[in-house]
Ligand binder design. Structure first.
Ligand SMILES: Nc1ncnc2c1ncn2[C@@H]1O[C@H](COP(=O)(O)OP(=O)(O)O)[C@@H](O)[C@H]1O
Ligand SMILES: Cc1ncc(COP(=O)(O)OP(=O)(O)O)c(N)n1
Length: 267
C-alpha cells in the first residue's frame, strides 16, 4: 500500500486540514499519516483560535515518520508562521521526500487568516522550492505573485511568475472566481486547463485540502502530474457535488459518497 503524509493544521470540525487530508487518503486507498503543525479551534463559520505546535515537536513528528516508514508522497498544508516553515523546510532538506504537494493555505473560506501575513516571503524562500506541485487558490496566488488576478490570462501570468520561484509545477485553482470552475496547471513548459461547471452550493469547506491531498495520493500511486491533477479535479468535483449540509456555515466536502451504493454507509 502506498503511504502518504500530511503536514498541516488540525480542523476540529473535521472538514478541512489534517482531517480532510486523512479522509481523502482513505478514499484513495492509500495509508495516511499526519504531522500536526497547528491546532485550530474552528468550525464551518469561524476560526476561534490557533495554537501552533513548537518547531521542535514538529521536527520530532517528522523524524518519527521518516525514520520508520517509507513515504510515497507528502502533502503540506497550513504553516502559520515562519518558525513552522523553517522547521518543515529543515526536515524536507534532510529527508528529500518524493512527490511533495504544497497547498499554501493563507485564509479559511470564511476569511479568517491561517497564516501570518508577513510569512509570505518565508513561504516563498523556504517552502515553495520543495514543491513538486504548488496549489494556491486565486487570493493566495495573488499574494505570492504580487499581482491581481481577474482572468484566466492573469492566472497563466501568475503561474509563470510563481513557477520561477522554484516549484516544479503549479496549479492555480479557480474556486474563488465566477463562472465555470477553471484550474490552470503549468509545468514550466505547457499550460493545461481543467474545467467544470460551478456547483451551486455554500458547502465548500475543505475543497483546497481535498484537492491537494487527492493530487498527493495519485502521485504516490505513480501517476504523472497532469494525470494526477486531472483525477484530483474529478475527485474534488464529486466531493463538492455530494457535500454535506453540516454546521451553520460552509459545510464540508464528502469523501465516502461511493459507499452509499454498497450499503456501507447510511445517510
Ligand atoms: N462551487 C464549485 N464548483 C465546482 N468546483 C469548485 C467549486 N468551488 C471550488 N471548486 C474546485 O475545488 C478545488 C479547490 O479550489 P478552491 O476552492 O479555490 O480552493 P481553496 O479551498 O484552497 O480556496 C478546485 O479544483 C476548484 O476548481
Ligand atoms: C486547519 C486548516 N487547514 C486548512 C484550512 C483551509 O482549508 P481549504 O480547503 O483551503 O479551504 P476552506 O476549508 O477554508 O474552505 C482550514 N480551514 N483549516
Amino acid at each position: 500500500m502506498k503511504k502518504v503524509l500530511t503536514i498541516a493544521g488540525s480542523d476540529c470540525s473535521g472538514g478541512a486540514g489534517i482531517q480532510a487530508d486523512l479522509k481523502t487518503f482513505s478514499a484513495h486507498g492509500v495509508f495516511g499519516m499526519s504531522v500536526i503543525v497547528s491546532v485550530v479551534a474552528e468550525n464551518t463559520s469561524r476560526v476561534i483560535d490557533i495554537q501552533d505546535i513548537t518547531p521542535d515537536m514538529i521536527k520530532k513528528q517528522i523524524d518519527a515518520v521518516f525514520e520508520d516508514i517509507e513515504v510515497d508522497a507528502v502533502k503540506i498544508g497550513m504553516l502559520s508562521t515562519p518558525a513552522c516553515m523553517h522547521a518543515v523546510a529543515e526536515k524536507l532538506k534532510e529527508y528529500h521526500p518524493a512527490n511533495v504537494v504544497v497547498d499554501p493555505v493563507m485564509y479559511a473560506k470564511n476569511g479568517c487568516p491561517l497564516m501570518e501575513p508577513t510569512a509570505v516571503d518565508t513561504l516563498i524562500k523556504t517552502i515553495i522550492p520543495f514543491a513538486d506541485v504548488l496549489t494556491p487558490n486565486i487570493p493566495e496566488a495573488e499574494k505570492i505573485a504580487d499581482m491581481r488576478i481577474t482572468s484566466v490570462a492573469d492566472m497563466e501570468a501568475a503561474a509563470k511568475k510563481i513557477y520561477s520561484m522554484g516549484c516544479k509545477a503549479i496549479v492555480i485553482k479557480g474556486g474563488h472566481a465566477s463562472g465555470n470552475a477553471i484550474d490552470i496547471l503549468y509545468d514550466g513548459k505547457d499550460f493545461y486547463r481543467f474545467e467544470t461547471s460551478r456547483i451551486a452550493t455554500k458547502n465548500t469547506h475543505g475543497t483546497g485540502c481535498t484537492f491537494s491531498s487527492a493530487i498527493a495520493s495519485q502521485l504516490a500511486k505513480g501517476l504523472s502530474v497532469k494525470d494526477a491533477v486531472e483525477k484530483a479535479k474529478d475527485y474534488v468535483t464529486k466531493a463538492i457535488e455530494h457535500s454535506l449540509d453540516i454546521g451553520k456555515g460552509n459545510g464540508p466536502t464528502h469523501h465516502f459518497y461511493e459507499l452509499y451504493k454498497y450499503g456501507l454507509r447510511d445517510e
